[in-house]
Design a protein around this ligand. Structure first.
Ligand code: PLP
Length: 391
């Protein structure tokens, strides 16, 4: 199997958000290096499943048998890919990871309790809690020498201080969008040592777990580390990033703890209701079929990461090699680009990235780059970045 690649014109004609959603002020189209979509289409097996459902007219309301099939498929995936033995009866369907987070905050967290977001982090984590009446406490993560050779590390003292202020939930993103870190079991245990001192929960967003580069066994779910971890944890995942089907919402919530699961089941049907039937069927195929397409995607993305790492070595751009996901995090603090790297790249080089400030306060001179693209696009992104750096 080979992953499909498209020209810029084809990608714009196909019309995905990544290649059509951002234009320069003069109207010029941009190279799409921002939102978490891939330029590789999807796994042909996943596509075939979804096409058959359309051909068969399976386009009505969510059938009652579907959730159980998704749970079984995810349990199989977690066992085969990561070695986590999960009971399918402990898995619930959700429309999306973000809706699962919204429900967690609304129903399981003390009213008004602050929500801890280690930054940099996925943009909606910073805005959604406020919409629900929960202030966000941003905890900037450790970087550089302070991160003990890991590139990026959670600031556990900062997280503890936030719990001392009364926080009710810690949002953990593992693998970590945008740094690409896969947190080790040792790091997760250290997080638990903090969380367990408080009356608080943890939301573990593992949506990027299918995209671990080198050794999937390196990835470990927080809730898998023991019943005392699971008792305080809502884990959410989906096939949407790993197989590029985010427009067909379907996610899963893993709740091995009986008491927490019972609480979830009081409102869970409203979270599951909007999951798309075709998205769920795609997820089942994604989780249970041969993974050769995804391995190829990972090898393509890794080759792009190699290119970026080589090209940026010796430049002032701060880049830590990711362990997972095609989202990458580039720092321009040593050569500030005003008003922001994302704006400069968009206007001067017609490359669309995510502005760092949307991923956390203090990251004004950072940008998030999506490397789920061809080698050629990666080379042009690199050229553009080198071209806007002050000489
Ligand atoms: C870390 C993370 N969580 C959640 C999402 C969105 O997932 P969903 O569409 O299931 O809400 C994304 C999308 O990019 C993401 O990167």
């Amino acid at each position: 199997m080979t992953t499909r690649t498209f020209t810029d014109d084809q990608l714009r004609r196909i019309g995905g958000l990544k290649w059509t959603g951002i234009r320069a002020k003069d109207g010029s189209p941009t190279i799409g290096a921002w939102v978490a979509e891939m330029d590789f289409g999807t796994d042909p097996q996943v596509a075939d499943t979804m096409k058959s459902a359309i051909d068969d007219g399976l386009l009505g309301y969510q059938p009652t048998w579907l959730a159980e099939h998704v749970s079984e498929a995810l349990a199989q995936f977690e066992r085969c890919r990561f070695g986590w033995e999960l009971d399918p009866a402990h898995i619930r369907l959700a429309e999306s990871v973000l809706l699962a987070l919204r429900a967690t905050i609304s129903h399981l967290v003390r009213p008004g309790a602050p929500i801890i977001v280690p930054t940099p982090n996925y943009m909606p984590f910073l805005t959604m809690p406020g919409e629900l009446g929960h202030p966000v406490i941003e905890v900037p993560s450790l970087h550089g020498e302070a991160a003990h050779g890991r590139g990026w590390e959670l600031d556990l003292d900062g997280i503890r201080a936030a719990f001392e202020e009364g926080a009710g939930l810690l949002i953990l993103c593992n693998p970590w969008n945008p740094t690409g870190r896969v947190l080790s079991a040792e790091e997760l245990r250290a997080v638990h040592a903090v969380v367990s001192d408080y009356d608080a929960l943890l939301f573990s967003d593992e949506i990027h777990a299918p995209l671990v580069f080198d050794d999937s066994s390196a990835f470990i779910s927080y809730a898998r580390l023991g019943p005392e971890f699971a008792a305080r944890t809502v884990t959410a995942t989906a096939a949407s990033k790993g197989w590029n089907i985010a427009g067909l919402p379907c996610a899963q919530v893993i709740l091995p703890d009986e008491a927490l699961r019972q609480r979830w089941d009081e409102f869970g049907s409203e979270v599951a209701h909007g999951a798309s039937t075709i998205g769920a069927l795609g997820a089942i195929t994604a989780f249970t079929h041969d993974d050769s397409w995804q391995r190829e995607v990972l090898s393509d993305v890794r080759a792009n990461v190699d290119l970026v790492e080589d090209a940026l070595a010796g430049t002032p751009v701060d880049f830590t090699r990711p362990q997972a996901t095609y989202l990458t995090w580039w720092g321009f603090g040593a050569v500030p680009l005003e008003p922001s790297p994302a704006a400069v790249l968009r206007e001067r080089a017609h490359v669309a990235t995510n502005a760092g400030v949307t991923l956390g306060t203090g990251y004004e001179q950072w940008a998030r780059f999506n490397l789920a693209c061809s080698n050629d696009v990666t080379s042009r992104i690199i050229e553009s970045v080198l071209g806007v750096l002050p000489r």
